[in-house]
Design a binder for this molecule. Structure first.
Ligand code: ATP
Length: 371
């Protein structure tokens, strides 16, 4: 069992709090992606878990062991870090075999594991070369092969695919996911690439300014982002945000966006009633709106500004009052710039966001809303 538990981890560099009271538990054999913009503290947190940098306070547990102050070699982990480079004086074969040789694994087992890892990472033909004779992307693949060959219970990876070209990255993403499921290691994987996070992780931990904002399944993070930042960071295009106004009517609430009335679901109506007379942010994804060529009673008339045919979809930029948003349509939906279309908002796909705090309102938060 190799559950990883981070409890109230804090790490400061002078005035910068790189990791700000983060707690999270990665289940045994789970694949968790740490995601966030540059400088949000992902690497610092991963380094603390690896033992490459100590936390100022808090605790790190791997399985039942408190590893907070243990050196990396005593933590039972394998890792891929930019700073933890492969050995330049060793051939690729010996680099990949290194961890297994340290564990004094039988020769036949080393051979098998090196071949298997090399095949997966497409480096079989370089086994006889020195790292200096490889490209940056090839060296990175050697580092990943070395980490997975050992079969540790815990695998920590910091942007392991960052030096690969787009096509290889796409291929490796799927292969690495398959392999990691096969070797059943508990994995923490750092990336700032949200597509990588969505496609690979069992769960995604989204960080910003050293804080953990959300820790959920990829679909939950995408569909119900905890706040405006997460909705804007995840997804391509990002979630749309529209300015709305809450109005209470007959004890219930409705939201007006540019004269268009949205009636919240019965679960959300009481929460929104607490915002009577106040502005609210309406969050909706591009693919969750319905674009119509003809007027319909429950649809809002909008002007198309830009049409981007992307093959599998047409991405429209449209104007609603002061708001400019993106709507995704079927590629057969033919429309030209400056033309009017009608947009329907499926009410269950709307995320209501507190304008002051930026937090997404959910029915459970009802008790926190001041009437
Ligand atoms: P990136 O995606 O760019 O690698 P990150 O999310 O991994 O970013 P970290 O490298 O963890 O971010 O850095 C978090 C914050 O801590 C940043 O503001 C960074 O400048 C600061 N920081 C990191 N390491 C040090 C250090 N050794 N000394 C001083 N400040 C540091």
């Amino acid at each position: 069992m190799a559950e990883i538990r981070v409890e109230n981890a804090i790490k400061r560099f002078g005035k910068v709090t790189a990791v700000d009271d983060v707690s999270l538990t990665v289940n045994d054999q789970e694949f968790v992606v740490l995601l966030g913009p540059s400088g949000c503290g992902k690497t610092t947190l991963l380094r603390a878990i690896a033992g490459l940098g100590m936390v100022d306070s808090g605790r790190i547990m791997i399985g039942t062991r408190d590893v907070t102050y243990l050196p990396p070699k005593d933590r039972g982990i394998s890792m891929v870090f930019q700073s933890y480079a492969i050995f330049p004086h060793m051939k690729v074969y010996d680099n990949v075999a290194f961890g297994l040789q340290m564990k004094r694994a039988p020769k036949a087992e080393i051979e098998e594991r090196v071949q298997q890892a090399s095949k997966l990472l497409h480096i079989e033909e370089y086994l006889d070369r020195y790292p200096g004779q490889l490209s940056g992307g090839q060296r990175q693949r050697v580092a990943v092969a070395r980490a997975i060959a050992v079969r540790s219970e815990v695998l920590l990876m910091d942007e392991p695919l960052s030096n690969l070209d787009a096509l290889l990255r796409l291929e490796m993403r799927a292969e690495l996911k398959r392999l990691l499921a096969e070797i059943s290691a508990t994995t923490i994987y750092v990336t700032h690439d949200q597509i990588e996070a969505l496609s690979m992780g069992d769960r995604i931990a989204v960080m910003r300014n050293g804080k953990l904002l959300q820790f959920d399944s990829p679909m939950k993070v995408y569909d119900v982002p905890a706040d405006r930042f997460v909705g804007g960071f995840i997804g391509s295009p990002p979630m749309n945000f529209l300015e709305g106004q809450v109005q209470r009517q007959n004890g219930s609430a409705r939201v007006v966006v540019n004269d268009h009335v949205l009636t919240p679901t019965p679960e959300m109506a009481p929460v929104l009633a607490g915002y009577d007379g106040k502005p609210i942010v309406v969050g909706i994804r591009a693919e969750n709106m319905e674009a119509l060529a003809e007027p319909a009673p429950d649809a809002l008339r909008v002007k198309v500004l830009v049409v981007e045919p992307l093959g599998s979809q047409n991405l429209l930029t449209i104007q609603i009052g002061h708001n400019v948003i993106k709507v995704s349509t079927h590629p057969d939906f033919h429309v030209a710039p400056n033309q009017d279309i009608w947009i329907r908002f499926p009410i269950d796909k709307i995320r209501w966001i507190d304008r002051e705090t930026g937090k997404t309102l959910i029915p459970d938060l009802e008790k926190l809303v001041t009437p």
